[in-house]
Design a binder for this molecule. Structure first.
Ligand code: C2O
Ligand code: CU
Length: 461
């Protein structure tokens, strides 16, 4: 088969104006695997797009931002030809996918020069967890600028049985700022240290879109936090919803919640049953900390979207399938325990910076191996944060089961690929280093911090 080039799908909602004003939500185009294979061509390049009614220049993998949603099944082969149409090097990371980090797989050490292309090949194991994942560039030093510029898209690994819902919405949340000429505004040195947050909050590249449905309809939302630094404390005003899971986990019994916190990189899988009328989907503020009273890093409250339900009420639909409980590593033996420390320092940064961002005292060095792990073992990691800001910790390839969060034992097994390490606090996780071997990275998912050096190298073999 040929390479599928992503084009914007025509969406019936995209051209008309909903009754209450605002623009109807558009879903990213979708590319779906067939016969166990999905071949995709992504073209990272500057793009002219419309955001909030203005023509602006962003970066995109296709002629729209976000890039196409890649829809897969466990056991599929995903082949991506990435062409670099940027004026600087780039590469690609399939965030959360449990695939090999070696060679043409999810290899964060690949460098694709401007004008060059690279053929990635990702073989999903047959027991790959269903869920919502995403892709974005991962070349150290350029990640935050490229993601903030618009390079991101969702990946969905479908279950065998679709859930009984009226509709499913992939909601890629990002933020961006523009200058007067419609170009993405570069971050100031202070914004890089605190983690930049954009002036505009986007859902699928749109400002405050309208999600329309009928009262009683149950929707599945796959929310991706593609913001480089912003934490999302998500609420639907006046409405509770069910949390199906986050990152790689699925709750056997979805929990009723009134808010969910997503760090940069996290995904939340939600069931929302629409109530009659119009309400707001928004993020409450989240205090990420700061630096000694001089600089603060707060994710401010903001509106994401409007949810409007009108017309005749419909019945909610069928029962959710009963899921088997997920693997539980919280009790039992571990082969090894280790401790990692995320740190911020004053006046010690390389290249004349006033602050340093390190893990275990070192800035990222692709030639150094920081953690050597025996393949097939289970380890327990205590990840400490001695600094005055939260840092979301992300490990590539191998999922982490959270044991202890904010000093408290977690009630159910939870599988994450990004876990918040609060300022002055710690998390404890257990990791089965199974399925794949090779060299890859772990880092802070405040992408400015990753670019400043808060990343380490792990080698499993
Ligand atoms: Cu989402 Cu190493 O990144
Ligand atoms: Cu950080």
């Amino acid at each position: 088969g040929g390479w599928g080039l992503a084009r914007q799908a025509s969406s019936p909602g995209s051209t008309r104006t909903p009754s209450g004003g605002g623009t109807a939500l558009t879903l990213p185009s979708e590319l779906v695997s067939s016969g166990g294979v999905l071949r995709v061509e992504l073209d990272a390049a500057p793009r002219t797009v419309t955001v909030g009614g203005e023509r602006v220049t962003m970066l995109g993998y296709a002629d729209h931002v976000p890039g196409p949603t890649l829809r897969l099944r466990p056991g599929d082969l995903l082949q991506i030809r990435l062409r670099n149409g940027l004026d600087e090097p780039t590469n690609l990371h399939v965030h959360g996918l449990h695939v090999s980090p070696e060679g043409n797989g999810d290899n964060p050490f690949v460098v694709i020069e401007p004008g060059q292309s690279f053929d990635y090949s990702y073989q999903l194991p047959p027991d790959h967890p269903a869920g919502t994942y995403w892709y974005h560039p991962h070349l150290h030093g350029t990640v935050a600028d490229q993601v903030f510029g618009g390079l991101y898209g969702a990946i969905v690994v479908d279950e065998d049985e679709p859930l009984p819902v009226a509709r499913e919405r992939v909601l890629v949340v990002s933020d961006v700022s523009f200058d007067g000429a419609g170009n993405v505004r570069p971050a100031s040195p202070q914004e890089r240290m605190m983690g930049r947050e954009g002036d505009l909050l986007l859902v699928n590249g749109q400002v405050a879109p309208v999600l329309e449905g009928r009262p009683g309809e149950r929707e599945r939302w796959r929310v991706v936090n593609a913001c480089t630094s912003r934490y999302l404390r998500l609420v639907v005003d006046g409405q509770r919803f069910q949390l199906l899971g986050m990152d790689l986990d699925r709750s056997p019994i979805p929990e009723e919640v009134d808010e969910v916190v997503l760090t940069p990189g996290n995904r939340a899988d939600l069931l929302v049953t629409l109530a009659e009328g119009t309400t707001t989907v928004r993020t409450r503020g989240y205090d990420r900390g700061g630096m000694g009273g001089m600089m603060s890093a707060t994710s401010g409250p903001a509106t994401l979207a409007t949810l409007a339900a009108s017309g005749d009420a419909v019945a909610e639909g069928g029962q959710l399938p009963q899921l088997p409980p997920s693997r539980d590593l919280r009790t039992g033996e571990v082969d090894r325990r280790r401790e990692l420390t995320m740190e911020m320092g004053m006046g010690m940064g390389m290249r004349g910076r006033m602050m340093s961002f390190t893990i275990d005292g070192g800035e990222f060095d692709h030639e150094r191996t920081d953690q050597q792990v025996a393949a097939g073992t289970i380890e327990e990691w205590t990840i400490r944060n001695t600094s005055t800001m939260d840092h979301p910790f992300h490990l590539h390839v191998w999922p982490m089961q959270v044991l202890e969060e904010r000093g408290r034992a977690v009630k159910e097994p939870r599988w994450r690929d990004v876990v918040d390490v609060p300022a002055g606090g710690q998390v404890v996780v257990r990791i089965p280093f199974e399925g794949h071997t090779g060299r890859t990275v772990y880092h802070c998912h405040i992408l400015d911090h990753e670019d400043l050096g808060m990343m380490g190298v792990i080698d499993v073999g």
